[in-house]
Design a protein around this ligand. Structure first.
Ligand code: PBG
Length: 332
């Protein structure tokens, strides 16, 4: 008995069983999509937990190779290194940033020697090195743009010299991409890539990261005069346009999940390699719910990451990179 009131087309047929669902799936998360942010600290045999980021650790350089080895074995293409600079090495100008033997540079050398094919991403901003926790130089409470950019040039070159493959300016100063590109090229670093934190919002979701870095307690005021207003989207398009004109090879949107609309717009309009950073606060809120038994771990991780692919990302910086790679490889 057919009833003409029923539809001929039934979307549920393609959801009927696992093999059909796999056949019609539109997006897949691959290990190549994952970038793992890691925290390094001074000292020996250090593997310190970050309270607000359960499962995330700060490791000393003697432990670093073993810490990163699983990522390499799983096939994760790149890690993003973040150094925890001891307070005694921080100052108002962030001078430690340009020390060729700073923690970041030493970490890069250790990793390059152990894993020559692993991509190394270096965050370029002054906040890990300043005693005020801001990303640039301060005068009368204002983060100065052009003066900060002069330092960021040197910071980027310092990292490139230490073996960082991809420079990732996260400072949001105007004109930094052009300045860094010029400096890299003038010093023979023509293949060093730039992944610009282009649409980086002044977000509450960076809180746990600042705890991890030890810069949260130091920060005076907020970063609203240089990071973007969460209410804006046209402005992000102008930022992308400018960073591409200045020589950015890859574009990043940050944070991730609350800004999927920005990713989609960037992708559709510019058709360039687009990345997202699923930041510390996103990780923290999911982990808190997972640890409480309120969310299912594996499904939550994978659903949160496929959303980035759907929105148009080429890749995602995520603290879940290892977990996701294991789930993809079926080794969890
Ligand atoms: C540094 C920087 C920040 C993050 C990445 N690079 C913090 C900030 O801008 O205050 C945040 C990453 C995260 O929350 O996971 N400028």
């Amino acid at each position: 008995m057919t009833n003409s009131a029923f539809p001929l087309s039934r979307p549920r047929r393609n959801r009927h069983d696992d093999f059909t669902r796999r056949m019609v799936t539109e997006h897949r998360l691959h290990v190549d999509d994952l970038i793992w942010p890691i925290f390094v600290c001074e000292g020996e045999k250090q593997c310190q937990k970050v309270t607000s980021m359960p499962g995330v650790e700060r490791v000393s350089l003697d432990m670093l190779v073993e810490h990163v080895r699983p990522a390499v074995e799983l096939g994760i293409p790149a890690v993003a290194i973040f150094p925890i600079t001891p307070v005694e090495l921080r100052d108002a100008e962030g001078n430690e940033a340009v020390n060729p033997d700073n923690l970041m540079c030493r970490a890069a050398r250790v990793l390059k020697a152990a894993f020559p094919k692993l991509g190394l991403i270096g965050d370029v901003a002054l906040d890990p090195y300043t005693d005020h926790g801001h990303d640039g130089l301060i005068q009368d409470g204002y983060v100065m743009n052009d003066e900060s950019v002069e330092l960021l040039r040197l910071l980027a070159l310092n990292q490139a010299n230490a073996g960082i493959d991809i420079i990732a300016p996260s400072d949001m100063m105007d004109g930094r991409v052009k300045a860094i590109r010029e400096t890299l090229d003038a010093n023979g670093k023509v293949t060093t890539r730039i992944m610009a934190y282009t649409a980086k919002y002044a977000s509450a979701f960076y809180g746990p990261f600042r705890d991890a870095l030890g810069s949260g307690g130091l920060l005076t005021g907020d970063k609203k005069t240089y990071q973007m207003d969460p209410a804006n989207t046209d402005e992000a398009m102008r930022e992308v346009e400018q960073d591409l004109r200045e020589g950015a090879d890859m574009i990043m949107v940050k944070p991730g999940m609350p800004y999927l609309d920005i990713i989609r717009r960037v992708r559709e309009r510019f058709e360039v390699p687009t990345f997202a950073y699923q930041v510390s606060g996103e990780y923290a809120m999911m982990m808190a719910a997972i640890q409480n038994g309120w969310l299912e771990r594996d499904r939550t991780i994978m659903e949160s990451l496929i959303a980035f692919k759907r929105a148009g990302c080429n890749g995602i910086l995520t603290y879940f990179a290892l977990d996701a790679a294991r789930l993809i490889r079926g080794s969890n």
